[in-house]
Design a protein around this ligand. Structure first.
Ligand code: NAD
Length: 463
């Protein structure tokens, strides 16, 4: 399959579409490597990721350019992504300090111990929007904890993963510990069905997350599947106007709005017109092709523009229109300018559905209760944020918003390790989160051992 750069529509590479036999071969290689890899100590395994983290740093410029080329985001955004990957490795190499097994003398001469053991071969399926960072949500933690992996990147952005594999090898990861298969639906289904795979982590749209979660668990695998989002930012009239406007605009337009943490709906509580005016001013400073990247495909551009057109037909007011954007010299690229839509009502598709572009829909609410009712009405629940100077009102949103990650005066409230990343409702299926401490539980199983060595203690355990 051709790999197309969204920057200008050119073909930059081709990606093989793996077959079931390729998946089977990858699983067999991972099974073989598991015996040796899992027998190493945690302290030995993290050494590879110390080295790998340095290699990410040394190759930062090349890795960044690869993300820019295959995904279309700006250089600064892509660099920030690779830096975040390094941070994810830093958490993984701290595992020997965190994953400390427990032992206790539970009766005279009798000890119970609990150890975390890897699961075996695990699979990781990722989306297009963070070709470098999202794979790192799972690769370092799962592998450091002793698992071996078969990974399937998005077929739209398959190149970064190959470079990561080369760097992992250079860092000393033994062959077979990390394997890549490529393709779309068929390969994902093969991974969900393969009896050699013990756990599946998935990140992508809600529609596919549901399919993967059901299919992987129906073959009795452990699964965590992160889905799409429709994040609400609640803006109260006492919010700091400059900070709020710039944060909301950055949240909706960063990575061309293709972030599962992006602001998609702004719920304005009466008396915020001055903030909206400032947002429009700020958004006008964004120049596609300069400080705004492209969206990922021609189909994505069309989908986003259709949403804007539909909102207009439904009676919403377009304050800033990003349709029909082109960049001189890159006429084949897929660009959508920042778009602000006001007077959106909850029945409109732009209020309910994930758009995944640099578009924000403003819904007017009469008070905070009404604003929270709108936020709570979403099927999704990845992030929600409130902009206010009142701690009392912020606390209400922290308690009542139906989302897994909450921001107070923060437009993109991504938790940093050791805190974990994961949404609520239809933004995540499965127990626990995908990163941070929560991932330790997901990638391991507990072995409980009871021992008695001293006959003199005369304890007859459990009999
Ligand atoms: P997607 O669901 O189309 O694809 C994700 C993965 O699933 C890809 O590897 C793809 O090959 C595979 N896939 C696609 N269709 C499939 C099918 N029918 N059956 C089985 N597998 C299939 O998502 P995308 O367009 O690559 O990424 C954007 C989506 O990901 C957005 O919805 C975004 O919100 C979401 N996302 C969520 C998070 C999060 O943390 N919740 C993070 C990043 C992206």
């Amino acid at each position: 399959m051709d790999v197309i750069s969204p920057l200008d529509g050119s073909i930059i590479s081709t990606v093989p579409l793996s077959t079931y036999d390729d998946v089977d071969a990858a699983v067999k290689a991972a099974e073989k490597a598991f015996t040796i890899w899992s027998s190493k100590t945690l302290k030995e395994r993290v050494q590879v990721f110390f080295k790998y983290r340095s290699l990410l740093e040394e190759n930062m410029d090349e890795l960044t350019k690869l993300v820019v080329m295959e995904n279309g985001k700006t250089y600064g955004e892509a660099k920030a992504e690779v830096e975040k990957s390094m941070e994810l490795c830093e958490f993984a190499v701290s595992m020997p300090q965190i994953v400390v097994n427990e032992i206790q003398e539970v009766s005279r001469g009798v000890e119970c111990r609990i150890e975390r053991k890897p699961l075996g071969v695990v699979a990781c399926i990722t989306p297009f929007n963070f070709p470098n960072m999202v794979p790192h949500w799972t690769i370092p933690n799962a592998i450091v904890l002793g698992n071996t992996m078969v990974m399937k990147p998005s077929e739209v952005v398959p190149l970064s993963t190959v470079r990561m594999a080369e760097l992992l090898k250079e860092a000393g990861l033994p062959d077979g510990v990390f394997n890549i298969v490529n393709g779309g639906k068929d390969v994902v289904e093969a991974l969900c069905d393969h009896p050699g795979i013990k756990a599946v982590s998935f990140v992508g749209s809600t529609k596919v997350a549901k399919i993967v979660y059901k299919r992987a668990t129906s073959t009795l695998k452990r699964c965590v599947a992160l889905g799409g989002a429709k994040n609400h930012l609640l803006v109260l009239p006492d919010a700091n106007p400059e900070m709020t406007a710039s944060n909301v605009v950055a949240s909706m337009s960063g990575c061309a709005g293709q972030r599962c943490m992006a602001a998609s709906v702004m719920v304005g509580v009466a008396g915020i017109d001055h903030i909206i005016e400032k947002m429009v001013e700020d958004a006008k400073q964004i120049v596609p092709g300069e400080n705004l990247g492209s969206v990922v495909t021609a189909a994505a551009k069309e989908r986003i523009e259709n949403y804007i057109t539909q909102a207009e037909k439904d009676g919403a007011k377009i304050l800033l229109d990003g349709r029909n954007t082109t960049v001189a010299g890159k006429e084949g690229g897929f660009y959508v300018g920042p778009t602000i839509i006001d007077h959106v009502t909850i029945d409109m598709s732009v209020a309910r559905e994930e758009i995944f572009g640099p578009v924000i829909s403003i819904i007017r609410a009469k008070d905070l209760d009404h604003a929270l009712e709108i936020e709570n009405g979403s099927n999704y629940g990845n992030a929600a944020a409130v902009f206010t100077q009142s701690g009392r009102l912020a606390k209400q949103v922290m308690e009542r918003a139906s989302a897994g990650m909450i921001g107070v005066n923060i437009g993109v409230p991504v938790p940093r390790e050791p805190f974990s990343f994961g949404g609520w409702n239809e933004s995540k299926f499965g127990v626990g989160d995908i990163t941070g401490r929560s991932s330790i539980e997901f990638w391991t199983q507990n072995k409980k051992t009871t021992t008695k060595w001293v006959a003199e203690a005369q304890t007859n355990w459990m009999s």
